[in-house]
Write a protein of this length. Structure first.
Length: 273
């Protein structure tokens, strides 16, 4: 039996790829976009199973209305996917206040409010699945990406706590941590701050954002397939790393962090009563 999914940000990237795969197999998708024109083909091809909603996730009241209306119209939503987000590149000093506020409102607050607003409906229907699109950048931080990392480290702390709160209601939570993929996230939607020559040594990301200098290794189609399949896993995987480079970098960074913590045994104990 098919599932009903609600996915934020289906006009491009993983959201678009997931929506296409789900609709093709016969599932129902409630997808949010900021511009209906970008999904006009899906609206035309799937008039009965694609419920397109206009939404900017930084508009919290509108987000709450959209979630409420979606659950009331469809009765049950099996999987909610918090996908809307973007990358912001630039060192901390290079970022404007407006750039900082907007990425926090989109990647962090928007995701928190989407999940929080969905919880009472998922609980009332006896369970469901929450999928938060994160990044291996929630585990590994690089220069000139501080605010993106801040939002991803933040949303993972939120989701890890929420997962423990709602397990009793048969609600599973999965954080997806992809590595570099050939999506518009890297080659279209990424924002770049007003760069300063003083930080030129940290601007290596400009090469990464230039498709002519080489493409990311991740296949969005395969990644979307794995994300979709995770909704059927029991219990829900708390984290999924997608991409061999992402997994290697994550393990290396966590091992370094753990080794550092282990040197602090005496220091930590020295502050106890």
């Amino acid at each position: 039996m098919g599932k009903t999914w609600m996915i934020t940000g289906v006009s491009s990237g993983f959201g678009r790829e997931m929506a296409e795969q789900l609709l093709e197999r016969g599932d129902v998708v409630i997808g949010t976009v900021r511009d209906e024109g970008k999904v006009g083909d899906l609206i035309e091809r799937y008039p009965d199973t694609f419920d397109c909603r206009l939404l900017d996730v930084t508009d919290v009241p509108a987000l709450q209305r959209t979630v409420r209306d979606a659950f009331e119209r469809h009765g049950r939503i099996d999987v909610v996917v918090s996908n809307a987000g973007y990358g912001l590149f630039g060192c901390a000093e290079e970022l404007s206040d407006a750039e900082i506020d907007h990425i926090v409102a989109t990647n962090l607050v928007g995701s928190i409010q989407f999940i929080k607003t969905s919880l009472p409906y998922l609980r009332a229907q006896g369970g469901g699945r929450i999928i938060q699109m994160s990044s291996y950048g929630a585990q590994v931080a690089y220069p000139a990406n501080s605010m993106y990392h801040a939002t991803k480290f933040g949303i993972e702390g939120f989701c890890e706590a929420v997962a423990q709160e709602v397990a009793q209601f048969n609600i599973g939570v999965t954080m997806v941590e992809p590595g570099g993929a050939r999506t518009e996230f890297r080659y279209g939607s990424a924002k770049v701050a007003d760069l300063m020559p003083e930080y030129e040594s940290c601007h290596g990301f400009l090469t990464m954002l230039d498709a002519s200098k080489g493409l990311a290794p991740g296949d969005p189609k395969r990644m979307a397939e794995r994300i979709i399949a995770s909704a059927d896993q029991e219990p829900a995987p708390l984290r999924m790393v997608l991409g061999s480079q992402a997994l290697a970098a994550t393990i290396e960074r966590l091992e370094t962090r753990l080794a550092d913590f282990k040197t602090q045994t005496e220091l930590a104990a020295s502050t106890d009563f």
